[in-house]
Unconditional design. Structure first.
Length: 52
């Protein structure tokens, strides 16, 4: 497998885990999922431009 593919799968799983739907994470807001989503977008752009 390509390193970029593995990285995208891991980031998507982190994004799904960071969504504040659990009772213990309801006070976190959207900061964790927003940060992971931003990293995911950056990685996708790097993969599409061929820099990764």
């Amino acid at each position: 497998m390509n390193l970029g593919t593995i990285l995208i799968v891991i980031l998507v799983l982190l994004l799904a885990g960071a969504i504040p739907t659990w009772p213990h994470s309801s006070k976190w807001g959207y900061g964790p999922s927003g940060g992971v989503g931003l990293i995911l977008i950056i990685v996708v752009i790097l993969l599409l431009t061929g820099r990764m």
